[in-house]
Design a binder for this molecule. Sequence first.
Ligand code: FAD
Ligand code: NAP
Length: 342
Amino acid sequence: MQPPKIQQNVTLQPYNTFGIAVKANFFATIHSKEELLYCLQHPDWKTMPKLVMGGGSNTLFTKNFEGLVIKINLMGLKIVQETEEFVYLQVGAGENWHQTVLYAIANDWGGIENLALIYGSVGAAPMQNIGAYGVELKQSFHSLEAVKINTGEELTFDHAACQFGYRQSIFKQALKNQVVITTVTLRLTKRNHQLNTSYGAISQVLASTQTPPTLQSIAQTVIQIRQSKLPNPEQIGNAGSFFKNPEIPRSTFEGLQKNYPQIPSFAAEHPDEVKIPAGWLIEQAGWKGKRIGNVGVHKDQALILVNYGGGTGSEIWELALKIQQSVAELFTIVLHNEVNVY
Ligand code: FAD
Ligand code: NAP
């Protein structure tokens, strides 16, 4: 095997959707498991700090990375099992998530159509159990393969082992920065698709058409809504929602309702809790559309922090801390970042 090309002193600006201009001491693009194992195990690299990257669409760099960035370009899609009801599609971690959704729809395989136009790679999708428009990855997830960073050990995680939660998994908690996900196997429906059109914005658009929804029409609707609402990182740097929607005890919510009768809420994972849209809290705290220097809060979606160009990761992080503080003062709710901050 040819060792992978490892570059020195590389700018990470093209590799993160915030467009933050930090540098990595070393940078390798990985195309095979052998190249990955070389970076993890060769004596030159074994003890060096490592950062795994997909599309950089859920990452904020606040400083240079003193170590080796491993950019995952492990490609390939193959059917590994098939029944009358399901196809089990194994996808390389470096494949683009949205293209994988389109591939599934083109084959009339269902389950991930609501997750169209989510940025980034397939390998990062289990990290936070990506979700949108009433659907989460975990509903179509079967298993994944990974390699342990410090030992090179090859591991398989089934559904239970991933400990999926709301924008959460074991890979963002106990195993944070400890494994490289190399493949993800999805279990997609071949028939009797369970279409989810309950999410407000989707049902409104679909209600205006006379035909019954299909995998294709749901994905198209999601793409249309997203394109009309969300800032395109190619035009304005961002990493989607900066914070998670907080899930708070129902009793706390009822207390808040006395002062804020219009506070919106949705069902949370736990029946004793409710989910509050973080965007609403940030807007009430007066941050929507605010700009500080080259960074700010998006004018239409207060949950999205943006880099207008030339902003630094520290500036975005300082803004995030200010927002966190004012939301805590106003509502006694602590916002947690969804974005991975380095
Ligand atoms: P990266 O930013 O490259 O990495 C994210 C984290 O995962 C990092 O900690 C990294 O170290 C780790 N990681 C990446 N690849 C691997 C791997 N192969 N093995 C181990 N660790 C790895 N997210 C949603 O859930 N729902 C949405 O609707 C949504 N909408 C978005 C809209 C916009 C406009 C943008 C910019 C982002 C949005 N996101 C959304 C966030 C983001 O697209 C997802 O979290 C996505 O899964 C990140 O993929 P990535 O490859 O870019 O991850
Ligand atoms: P929205 O429709 O304006 O709704 C605001 C928030 O309320 C959402 O975050 C959503 O929570 C919640 N919500 C709305 N209707 C809901 C329902 N019927 N059931 C449960 N929760 C509901 O949101 P938006 O900003 O335009 O985003 C639309 C979808 O895309 C959301 O699912 C959102 O998560 C996803 N998205 C995610 C990111 C990201 O980076 N993570 C970025 C953009 C959009 P949930 O977030 O839990 O769905």
